[in-house]
Ligand binder design. Sequence first.
Ligand code: ATP
Ligand code: LTN
Length: 329
Amino acid sequence: MPAQKIIFSGIQPSGRLNIGNYIGAISQWVEMQKNYNCIFSVVDYHAITVKQDPEELRKRIIEVTKIYLAAGIDPEKSVIFQQSAIPAHTELAWIFNCYGTHIADLNKMTQFKDKSGKNQESVSVGLYDYPVLMAADILLYDTDIVPVGEDQVQHVELARDIARRFNNEFGETFKIPQSVIRKEGARIMSLLDPAKKMSKSDVNQNNCLALLDAPEVARKKIMRAVTDSGSEISYDLKNKPALANLLTIYAQLGNREIKRLVKDNSGRGYGDFKKDLADVVVKFLEDFQKKYNKISDNDVKTILENGRQRAEEIAQVKLEQVRKLIGVR
Ligand code: ATP
Ligand code: LTN
């Protein structure tokens, strides 16, 4: 029997996780655990590429872990660990800085351009180098598949390039990973601006539906979400992007098909549709938060420590192999 494929993914504890993170990433992971060997990380060293308050960061690491668990990641099946607990990640990132990564690669990264905006000269080197650390995360574990939202595909491409270049120079060392994104829901947009991604570090949280928003707050956010001109419920990404986004959220959280939703809403107005959507979101959040609230900080500690042990065993072997290949051992 062929060995089970390996899945790796992670989320930065850099803000309040939202339904974009859930739909685009975490919900895919939950499905994949049935058929694959999965490793999920809380990537705290990615979070510090932008300023974090230390007290807040400590809390967020626990919060993100609880969100993985509440969403259905099963620590008996999957490895869950904190990135900074395994120094092999940063060490391999350093090696990739020297072997496999070109300045031109990093200059192409759209996330860096978006996040650095007009301050490209004064943001941290870490923000620029961030995709190299991500490549190390992925390649350390012989990952086959990386389930992410659409915005991360470019970073996975870089991981593939780095792996190929390293293999060309030193012989087969790293597996070439592949990104997987959802057909629908790979890019959930802001509630107030359908041209912008829903992003957990957005300063205006009215753009986002956070997984830990009080359900009634979420309801208000939906009722205030922008809609498009016209009044008919139809899925039209180009002409009705705001409605297309709301339909996608409804379909994903309510487990419905978009086609069917459009049919069932024919003749109804935006207001009625939003009320239904608000009910679906409220129900989803209530169920989710019930599970979340049952998980203790102590559970999290134990799970992360277990995960660290399991992940470190794999990471150490790969890193030692690399150290030998480049001549430091
Ligand atoms: P930040 O604003 O801090 O960059 P983010 O909300 O973009 O945060 P990440 O930690 O970068 O979140 O992403 C975690 C995972 O969630 C990634 O796989 C990413 O592609 C996915 N993701 C993030 N935002 C969305 C979104 N709006 N729609 C679908 N997937 C998303
Ligand atoms: N850069 C990713 C988070 C991340 C990741 C990874 C995702 C860090 N390391 C490895 C998949 C695999 C982001 O979502 N911002």
